[in-house]
Design a protein around this ligand. Structure first.
Ligand code: 6CS
Ligand code: FE
Length: 299
């Protein structure tokens, strides 16, 4: 697989026959307490853990409006037929709809809301733009999970994101319980880059967005990260309207949902305007814009 970027690759992955754990080369928090809505204590916790749960950011009315939008996006036949909609690997239920901040005015407004965008600018220490947005649906009883991964590993190898200077906001539209497949994060893992084994196949996204295998960590590295986390896994639970903020390199995943309670969230990824995409570091061609934006206008 050719790598066409002329930029030095500080985070090589999918190129060597054995996995390694490399040290992070970039800060986790780029801004300071005076730069936005997050307090110094919240910034410190994010710096240490790579994740921060904000309870009750959106009120009931805002959540209800977004739930209507999410259902509407999931029910539009032309969207359903397009590549923007990802269905589950073992059923025809919708798993994700991509680039939702361009499909819905309400989600566009959410993405530029200072409660989110202001926190993203503060964490990243610069203006930001949306690298990826999606609604994730984890339906009741048959919702499937996401295996452990670092988002940055994929965004670096497949999308050409140079540095660890991006942050994800997962906005809960339904309550996240311990038992309906909430986000799980290994605290502190944002500081370790687990390189993955196996070349990126052509058009990998067509498979990986349903069930990811290439670009996932090996078992031994996961054990090491769990040991470094003191044997702890953080599940992000909270009522609808809560937001889990997590670093682009945090090792995370989620279980399937066999509970009768669906779990839906709006997922927004902010990238620094000083970290715009180049050629993929380990894939033959970039992924489509609706998965990895190449329009870098600040929001
Ligand atoms: O492909 C992406 O951009 C995101 N989705 C998956 C399933 N893995 C990597 C990243 O989180
Ligand atoms: Fe992820």
């Amino acid at each position: 697989m050719s790598t066409t970027s002329r930029m030095t690759d500080r985070y090589p992955s999918r190129v060597a026959p054995e996995p390694r754990i490399l040290e992070r080369q970039d800060p986790v928090v780029w801004g300071g307490a005076g730069d936005g809505p997050l307090t110094g204590d919240q910034l410190d916790r994010f710096d240490r853990d790579g994740v921060l749960m904000l309870q009750g950011v959106l009120d009931g009315g805002e959540v209800d409006e977004l739930l209507v939008v999410a259902d509407e996006l999931a029910s539009r036949p032309e969207l359903r037929a397009s590549e923007r909609t990802i269905v589950e690997a073992t059923s025809d239920q919708i798993r994700s709809v991509f680039e939702v901040h361009r499909l819905s005015e309400a989600i566009r407004a959410l993405a530029s809301d200072d409660r989110l965008a202001g926190a993203a600018r503060q964490l990243l220490g610069s203006d930001v733009y949306i690298h990826q947005s999606r609604v994730n649906f984890k339906p009741a009883i048959h919702g499937e999970g996401f295996f452990w991964h670092s988002d940055f590993e994929t965004w670096h190898t497949e999308d050409g994101m140079p540095a660890m200077r991006a942050v994800s906001f997962s906005v809960a539209l339904t309550e996240n319980f311990h038992f309906n497949g909430p986000l799980m994060v290994l605290p502190g893992s944002q500081n370790a880059y687990v390189t993955c084994v196996g070349e990126t196949p052509d058009d990998h996204y067509k498979h990986s967005l349903r069930s990811q295998e290439i670009g996932t960590p090996d078992d031994a590295s996961l054990h090491t990260l769990a040991e470094r986390a003191g044997g702890e896994i953080r599940t992000q639970v909270g009522p609808a309207g809560s937001i889990a903020i997590f670093d682009c390199n945090s090792m995370h995943g989620s279980n399937s949902n066999i509970s009768p309670f669906p779990r839906s969230n709006v997922f927004l990824v902010y990238n620094s305007v000083e970290n715009t995409l180049v050629e993929p570091f380990s894939a033959s061609k970039p992924r489509p814009d609706f998965i990895a934006a190449r329009e870098f206008t600040p929001i």
